[in-house]
Design a protein around this ligand. Sequence first.
Ligand SMILES: [Zn+2]
Length: 367
Amino acid sequence: MARLPHRLNAALAAAVGAVLVLAAQSPAAARSSLGAWRVSPSGVLELRTSPAVELKAYFEAGTASRGAKLWVDLPGEPNRSRSIGGSGALKEVRIGRPDGNTTRLVLEFQPGIRLNPRLLRLVGTAPDRWRMPLLGLPTRGLISIGEGDLEARAPAAEQRPSFPTSGAPLSPDGLPVVPRGRFKVVVDPGHGGPDPGAIGIAGLRETDVVLDVALQLARLLEARGVTVAMTRTSDIDVDLPPRVALANGAGADAFISIHANALSMARPDVNGIESFYFAGGPQAERSRLLADAVQRQMLAISPRTPDRGVKTARFFVIRRATMPATLVEMGFLTGVLDASRLRDPDYRRRMALALAAGILNYLRAAP
Ligand SMILES: [Zn+2]
């Protein structure tokens, strides 16, 4: 990697979209700012770092005999260099010290594994947490590897500050651009009418939350020239089969069903965001990319909310949809952290922006 000229590194960093500046302080101290790392079986690189450090990520395509490499540079030096054997498409992970004050975390993939750097983004999900879904990486045979405790909390004072939600648009102007008139998306606000869905803290109703977000999402997509069909636009009940029939009849490029979770009122400690796709159909791979894209954006606006991941499921609407489809759970109405946010109109506005950004990113990169 040192053999890459500096300028090329910078260009690659731009291509990876991963130069995220949380704050401009580089610790002068030599201790590594890498607290923990993990590559999950679903192909997500997760990092815990010292709060407010600056990371840089780079990508180098492979050759016939050498695998592609992805690396992240962090301030501070590790106490020793080491390499850890990978599994599946991941050949090896190395921790190195290239220059005496940098920790370099290298993921080397098996030769022949191709990744599109445009789809790779290292996203800060909290001042000390980072996440990069390795979109397009085959997950077959991938076993969780990592070091350190990802869940360890930084001292409360350090965790508090508001931080820039890297990569998450704060206004419609920041949304990704796609060719106007080319795409069609079906937006499905879950539940409605006599079926309020989940009921959360202080009577917060799933049907109201999801309808508000869905209507805003539709407007944002339309403003980007995307044709939107909605399965409902008011508080009425629509059965599941007609929702899917509408989606399938629309010849849409993507389908998103919007929900919020609930557990027991006795579990306000359970919070988190998750996205589902159906792994059994011909659209499984694209659906996974779509789910990954929206999950990433939702997390970016929701610091400290647990990432419950991108998961497979057999929900009717995503199982029967013939186009790439995802069902998102934007948080727990029974969770004290998520409910206080989902109740807030400004958070719902940002959630609609996040979903729009995820969908537009997916459409822009769609194979
Ligand atoms: Zn629901």
